[in-house]
Design a protein around this ligand. Structure first.
Ligand code: E4P
Length: 264
């Protein structure tokens, strides 16, 4: 399992040394509020103000921050940085494609090559179509907000580079609707990712499965063996502290499972 950090916090990435990292606008906003990154924020604000005023400036600042942080993160992780296309474009294929091309261009202007970036797009029908267009022109995508096998099958058929099936949000819904708790082995979010992983491997799809949206380390350990897992720093910390190294925890053999009992 490749460990991915779900954060825009540059120091956390330095501390946990993940292969990849995933960001979204709220993670970037959270990181931008840390005093250590005031310089990066000032640069983005000054640049945004020069692009316009009011909502236009705010949007330009948010875009600039995502690229500024992403470019810094790309210097630290050896693999990919996921940068998200705005959620309000989730039902507009052409606008998502245009935005993604703009993100790639901004990275390339900073010397970050496109093969270090994943464009994160919501797994709506329109988002999956956008990913299909982008993949065909050599821009790799991370289809996020993915909650079902149906979305996963459509993403694989669109030749998406990677999907992010969510675990915790599925657990949240079931826990609330059924007013109960779940062990990791019966966790409906974990079972959803296992079903998707097993379907992909059975049908030989090349799309990478990266479990996301974790609520506890039990869920993460239950998915040891998955292609990649993106994990928030607080849970990375817990995993590292909880008897043994991160790598051992995420190895299905040492986690005590084998064969069909792995993620599949
Ligand atoms: C990953 O790509 C997502 O940004 C993240 O895991 C979502 O987690 P949440 O359900 O806690 O918002």
């Amino acid at each position: 399992t490749v460990v991915v950090a779900d954060t825009g916090d540059i120091e956390a990435i330095r501390a946990f040394k993940p292969t990849d990292c995933t960001t979204n606008p709220s993670l970037i906003l959270k990181a931008a509020q840390m005093p250590a990154y005031a310089g990066l924020v000032d640069e983005a604000v000054n640049w945004g103000r020069r692009q316009g005023s009011g909502a236009d400036a705010v949007s330009a600042i948010a875009d600039r921050l995502a690229i500024t942080f992403g470019a810094e993160l790309s210097k630290i992780v050896p693999g990919r940085v996921s940068t998200e296309v705005d959620a309000d474009l989730s039902f507009d294929t052409q606008a998502s494609v245009a935005k993604a091309r703009g993100i790639i261009k901004a990275y390339e202007e900073r010397g970050v090559s496109r093969d270090r970036i994943l464009i994160k797009i919501a797994s709506t029908w329109e988002g999956i179509r956008a990913a299909e267009i982008l993949q065909a022109e050599g821009i790799d995508c991370n289809l996020t907000l993915l909650f079902s096998l149906v979305q996963a099958a459509a993403a694989a058929e669109a030749k998406a580079f990677l999907i992010s099936p969510f675990v915790g949000r599925i657990l949240d819904w079931h826990a609330k609707a059924e007013n109960r708790t779940f062990t990791a082995e019966e966790d409906p979010g974990v079972l959803s990712v296992r079903k998707i992983y097993s379907y992909y491997k059975r049908h030989g799809y090349g799309t990478v499965v990266m479990g996301a949206s974790f609520r506890n380390i039990g869920e993460i350990e239950a998915l040891a063996g998955c292609d990649r897992l993106t994990i928030a720093p607080a849970l990375l910390q817990e995993l590292a502290a909880d008897e043994g190294t991160l790598a051992r925890k995420l190895d299905p053999e040492t986690a005590g499972r084998s064969g069909d009992e792995r993620v599949a």
